[in-house]
Design a protein around this ligand. Structure first.
Ligand code: MV4
Length: 448
């Protein structure tokens, strides 16, 4: 096992990785920008290294500074968290070239899944169900027309280098295709420096359901069930649940079996999440994320497992030590992402948190790097806390979340706490019957 791990991240996820390391007897090295010198992840780590100025480009994305920090502190491995360098294949390669372990998948698998066309190609060959669409990149407008005529409108043009909704354009009929084609390619070029695009049938009222997997370096692959992430606004997730309110145990098992067999054939290792759209009782793969995800705690709560410890053990070469049959799904978990934003306009609201009080009690977990007197810097992601509850059933989990939200205090800045309370109070949310479009309308209704 590793003696020391460098955590190449900040905020709640750096703390999350630190906690797993500490419980495993592994020392930790925090890295931080000058804006984060007094941050909680720096305070708790065994050692810390300043890696640059506030701008993430010069600090948390500064591979040379991070690798130097790992070398001078004698770290054995690097955990990238999520965001920043977590899905950068070049960084994973450089970590390994420095004789360190990258706590994540191989650079080749990161690269493959970063190319959405290559990812779909791989899943198609491995019999994972996909949205109907172009067999690969679209070479011309004529080809786009031919594919659209075959799969029927509405269609969606997506950037190969995309993800997260950027460079995505709907064409509802043949006369919208040329415009969608042009705009998608232009956006893809400017956002990713790559104008390759592909086409899919546009699903108009899907749910977003993703499957968590772990693979060790001995050929064992298991899944930990699904997360329903349908509550999003502008491609930012707000609430996530495990399991999905619409999925049966049989659906889960069938999908899990397909996916674990596919990833075993691919030789995938460490943690991964496959994203699906679910509509009319059918799953369609869209993308794979090759990192630990923000919403991983809901899976941990229902499965009773520590995904970060598992990632570390896998990177150290240990076998999983259990099989699919040992994984049980108990009760229901919900996560609310509390951000430093105005709850109605979503304008960023950094600044000093005068008072912070975290809720507690049975089945309540808070992953946060906040403390009373902390100043949320304006330079980074606005996530300040993940409030997670676990209860025997979905209605009980909602009741517990309402109670926990009412206890939580983050004073001095605006946060999305009131929006979460309104969502939890809403009968449609409580019914579990909604699509990816529900939250957008809910927020618009509150804005009046
Ligand atoms: C889609 C889709 C409908 N049909 N693909 C948005 C982000 C990217 N990860 C995939 N996205 C979508 N792909 C087809 N064929 C609708 C979306 C989508 C979406 C997906 C998940 C969660 C929220 C969303 C909000 C708008 C659009």
């Amino acid at each position: 096992m590793f003696g020391k791990v460098l955590i190449a991240n900040r905020g709640e996820i750096a703390l999350r990785v630190h906690r797993a390391c500490q419980e495993m007897g592994i020392r930790t090295v925090a890295v931080h920008s000058t804006a984060d010198a007094t941050a909680m992840h720096v305070r708790l780590a065994d050692e810390s290294v300043c890696i640059g100025p506030p701008n993430a480009r010069d600090s948390y994305l500064n591979t040379a500074a991070i690798l130097s920090a790992a070398t001078i502190t004698g770290a054995d491995a690097v955990h990238p968290g999520y965001g920043f360098l977590s899905e950068n294949a070049r960084f994973a390669e450089m970590v390994e070239a420095h004789g360190l372990k990258f706590i994540g998948p191989s650079p080749d698998h990161i690269r493959m899944m970063g190319d959405k066309i290559a990812a779909k190609d791989a899943m198609r060959r491995l019999d994972v169900p996909l949205v109907p669409g172009s067999p690969g990149a679209l070479e011309s407008l004529e080809e786009a027309r031919a594919v659209a005529d075959q799969i029927k409108y509405p269609v969606l043009i997506k950037a190969a280098a995309g993800g997260g909704g950027r460079g995505m354009k709907v064409a509802r009929s043949a006369d919208e295709l040329e415009e969608a084609w042009r705009v998608a390619r232009t956006e893809a070029k400017s956002a990713f420096g790559d104008d390759s695009v592909y086409m899919e049938k546009y699903l108009d009222r899907p749910r977003h359901i993703e499957l968590q997997v772990l693979a060790d370096t001995h050929g064992n692959v298991v899944h930990f069930g699904e997360r329903d992430c349908s509550l999003q606004r502008r491609h930012q997730k707000l609430v996530e649940e495990a399991g999905s309110p619409v999925l049966s145990a049989a659906d889960r098992e069938a999908l899990g079996a397909r996916v674990t067999s596919a990833l075993a054939k691919l030789g995938y290792r460490n943690a991964g999440t496959l994203e699906f759209l679910w509509q009319d009782g059918q799953f369609a793969f869209i993308e794979m994320n090759t990192r630990l995800q923000v919403e991983h705690p809901v899976t941990e709560m229902v499965c009773g497992i520590d995904l970060v410890k598992e990632q570390i053990r896998i990177a150290a070469g240990e076998p999983l030590g259990y099989g699919q049959g040992d994984i049980r799904f108990a009760g229901h978990a919900i996560e609310c992402r509390i951000t430093a934003e105005d709850p109605e306009t979503f304008a960023p609201s950094p600044g000093r948190v005068n008072t912070y009080h975290a809720p507690g009690g049975l089945g309540v977990r808070v992953d946060s790097a906040l403390y009373s007197g902390y100043t949320v810097p304006p330079h980074y992601d606005s996530l300040v806390a993940k409030l997670v509850v676990h209860a025997p059933s979905r209605p009980e989990a909602i009741g517990r979340m309402r109670r926990a939200l009412s206890e939580m205090v983050v004073a001095g800045i605006r946060t999305t706490l009131p929006l979460h309370q309104a969502v939890m109070d809403d009968p449609e949310f409580q019914s579990g019957e909604y699509t990816i479009h529900w939250l957008e309308r809910f927020v618009a209704g509150r804005q009046g």
